[in-house]
Design a binder for this molecule. Structure first.
Ligand code: DC
Length: 224
């Protein structure tokens, strides 16, 4: 990056599962008048498309998943880019357990990763974006002007996830089960989940969402 860089601003926010990337990225984008892109939704929508074919996951191939990806588009909305499956909104389907259980399999396929990366890069050609994922600051936007790596203790991430899902804090058993589930997902996705060498680390364990958003917004404003 040169100090005279005039390319549209890209802010990358990466981190492990349930580290608060997407909700933070959405708020940062809104504060800065930029668009939010959630790269994980693309992996999820491609997985949902492949699932609609009805074949057992053991039979999925990289080619069948790429064929399924032809049904997926990424449409610019007012504040974010939203994935569509066969032209329709699919948020509930891609957040469901079935897709969540298989998406890591799809995210491991190198040609699928290349497809998602090209799709995400295309959004930055014409818009300033805040993009979140696992490898946005490394594989996809190595020259991004601001890269953030969000971390939080597994128990804290698990607590937030239960709170989001059930609207109340977890019981000790729920907390243990959710933490184990998150750690298993971290393990499945660990290869592509890496901080960029020049990322700013923010540990969100002890700070409020407002504070995290405020820190990222002021860093982005300095680099705009
Ligand atoms: O963040 P998420 O749970 O929506 O991500 C869904 C899956 O996609 C998860 O298995 C991690 C993977 N993913 C990835 O490999 N690279 C990204 N840039 C974003 C998500």
């Amino acid at each position: 990056m040169s100090s005279f860089d005039r390319s549209p601003l890209v802010v990358t926010i990466d981190g492990p599962a349930a580290s608060g990337k997407s909700s933070t990225a959405k708020l940062v984008a809104a504060r800065l008048g930029m668009r939010h892109v959630d790269s994980g939704t693309l992996y999820r929508t491609v997985t949902a498309s492949q699932m609609r074919g009805g074949e057992a996951p053991e039979l999925w191939t990289e080619q069948s998943v790429l064929d399924a990806a032809c049904h997926v588009t990424l449409v610019p909305g007012e504040t974010s880019f939203v994935p569509r499956l066969d032209g329709a909104e699919c948020e509930a389907e891609i957040r469901g357990e079935a897709v969540t259980g298989q998406v890591s399999l799809v995210a491991k396929m190198p040609h699928v990763r290349a497809w998602v990366n090209a799709m995400v890069r295309s959004t930055a050609a014409s818009h300033e974006i805040v993009v979140d994922g696992r490898d946005m600051g490394t594989a996809v936007f190595p020259d991004a002007r601001l890269k953030v790596w969000l971390v939080a203790l597994p128990e804290e991430r698990a607590r937030r996830r239960v709170l989001q899902r059930l609207g109340r804090g977890p019981t000790p058993d729920e907390l243990a089960a959710e933490t184990a589930d998150l750690e298993a997902r971290d393990l499945k996705d660990r290869e592509q989940t890496q901080p960029a060498a020049d990322a700013v680390w923010i540990d969100t364990t002890g700070i409020s969402q407002d504070e995290q958003v405020g820190r990222i917004v002021s860093l982005a404003e300095q680099r705009r």
